[in-house]
Design a protein around this ligand. Structure first.
Ligand code: KPL
Length: 302
């Protein structure tokens, strides 16, 4: 099996490292095609420096699976660049926080498509370096299956090996909403207050977090999901506890003056709330506050 990974992000580095340990060859795809090594450190193993073969996104891609671990707002531009260079049976895996990319992705590429979300943790202390902070789990679902059953099984098995344990869903939206419910609390609050995830355990945040989870649960119910606001809050608090020393990805983006995934997390939630005629003032307020400190998307990000 040949794997391609798009971009130089932290989760891409993590997948590259996992593939290296499994002896799976990796082709890296970037906008510029500029080669460069990545130093990857993992608490449990000796650090390694990897120099995968690299090419631009708009050259023919020789891979059985292409993993796209980009920010939600970078997904469609990357898919557009790759669309004419993918083989018919190459499976594309979208791996990002937030929701709202599935329909456009299905229109943009005709290949088999997996939507996935993972709780593996990694960050980039400096360009060319990735630190793996924790092993997690992965949830995945096929948006479009390959023509043959054997290819579907082989590609599912590859993702199972790369990011285990991997749980498969008939309707991945359920798993995405669960992740979004947590991200819609932790990410904007830690970005706005410039704090680590663990700070949100302080009583000062409790009532706002409770209101956010109540609103999220109402939207999820309207979307046909079973959602208990107390369980959503309990899960968000558990993630804060488990990742207490970490900064959320949105906190890092705001800190580095980069665009955030706010429109695909809270923005998606607000859009679904509007579609159901629901009022979500706590999310609306937080959305406006974070958007006020979020730089606009550049040409390559829109
Ligand atoms: O997914 C995350 C993120 O930072 O984007 C959480 C779960 C909040 C962990 O930091």
């Amino acid at each position: 099996m040949k794997l391609a990974i798009v971009g130089n992000g932290s989760i891409g580095g993590l997948v590259l490292y996992r593939a290296h340990r499994l002896d799976i060859p990796v082709l890296r795809l970037t906008r510029t095609g500029q080669a460069g090594s990545i130093a990857i450190s993992d608490k449990e193993q000796a650090p390694v420096t990897l120099s995968p073969m690299t090419q631009t996104l708009d050259m023919d891609i020789d891979a059985d699976m292409v993993i796209v671990p980009l920010k939600a707002f970078q997904i469609l531009p990357a898919l557009k660049q790759m669309a004419d260079h993918l083989a018919a049976q190459t499976t594309v895996v979208l791996l990002h926080n937030g929701m709202g990319t599935a329909d456009k992705a299905l229109e943009t590429v005709s290949q088999p498509l997996i939507m996935a979300t993972t709780s593996y943790g990694a960050y980039r202390p400096h360009p060319g370096e990735v630190t793996i902070t924790g092993h997690g789990s992965t949830q995945a679902g096929w948006l479009r299956t390959p023509a043959s059953r054997s290819l579907k099984d082989a590609h599912s098995a590859l993702l199972n090996r790369l990011l285990p344990p991997c749980q498969w869903f008939e309707d991945i939206r359920h798993a995405q909403w669960q992740k979004l419910a947590v991200n819609a609390v932790i990410n904007p609050l830690t970005a706005l207050h410039r704090c680590r995830n663990g700070e949100l355990l302080k009583p000062a945040f409790h009532s706002q977090m409770t209101r956010l989870c109540e609103e999220t649960a109402a939207v999820m119910e309207a979307e046909g999901m079973i959602a208990d606001p107390r369980q959503l809050l309990a899960r968000a608090l558990t993630v804060c506890r488990q990742t207490a020393d970490n900064y959320s990805s949105m906190n890092r983006d705001v800190d580095a003056h980069r665009p955030t995934e706010m429109e695909y997390i809270t923005g998606f939630l607000l859009q679904r709330a509007r579609a159901h005629g629901l009022d979500t003032p706590a999310h609306q307020h937080l959305f406006e506050e974070v958007m006020a400190i979020t730089p606009p998307l550049g040409d390559n990000e829109a």
